[in-house]
Design a protein around this ligand. Sequence first.
Ligand SMILES: Nc1ncnc2c1ncn2[C@@H]1O[C@H](COP(=O)(O)OP(=O)(O)O)[C@@H](O)[C@H]1O
Ligand SMILES: [Mg+2]
Length: 245
Amino acid sequence: MIVDRIRVHPQLISADDQDEWPWTVPCVRALVGSGIALPAPVTFLVGENGSGKSTVVEAVAEAFGLDSYGGRGGSRYASPRGRSDLGERLRLEYTPRGLAMASGPRAGRRGFFLRAESAMRMMAEKQGRPGYWEERTDLMSHGEGFLTVFESMFRGPGLYVLDEPEAALSFTSSLRLVALLQELGRSGAQVVCATHSPILAATPDAAILEVGEHGIRPTRWQDLAIVDHWRRYLERPEAYLRHLA
Ligand SMILES: Nc1ncnc2c1ncn2[C@@H]1O[C@H](COP(=O)(O)OP(=O)(O)O)[C@@H](O)[C@H]1O
Ligand SMILES: [Mg+2]
């Protein structure tokens, strides 16, 4: 593990800030004060659209110094995206191994950030660049390309921040990603991943944080609403579909 808690010091938030985005988002507000623990080497953030998952994972990537448009850490080629309000004030509490990485030279700050909103552009821009992948992902299908990126970028101890990496992946490719994430967790790396995928969230030994109106709370895979919905939908789609008309 590299980071075991994320938090924002209350003194960094003024009374005016509290009424402004992103501090109005319950899961962001939940970070102010003692913050939340990242309980395992692989941690998933699960919650409805708009619950704040991207805001949080992007801030974690920024605070660690990963390319904030998506890409590697420790790189001179990082894109000049301004820091977000949360990224600027988010404090990562490091494990001893993480502290050595964060306080050493930039080149030692390893990891990768998959930013949901710019993932396609990142893939087109980084292919063939130093420290990225050589394969012609532009000639591959969307899903094949991303799996190739994951397989070449998920290497070694570092912080891997992923926002809905399942978007392009088939069922079988999602299982391949589960294997990659599990391997990262076992190898001393750390993964923080926002997802809607019950497949990914079932990664063995992973922790799940549920994001919503309540803020952020640890939960179990079998207690997730998405798991229940998927199970019931696959069993009897018409029970859901009749409510749409
Ligand atoms: N730059 C921004 N300025 C203002 N509001 C934003 C901005 N980015 C996201 N939001 C809002 O913050 C909330 C959380 O967004 P987001 O973190 O993208 O949610 P999720 O990734 O869980 O779907 C949403 O209501 C969204 O509309
Ligand atoms: Mg999002």
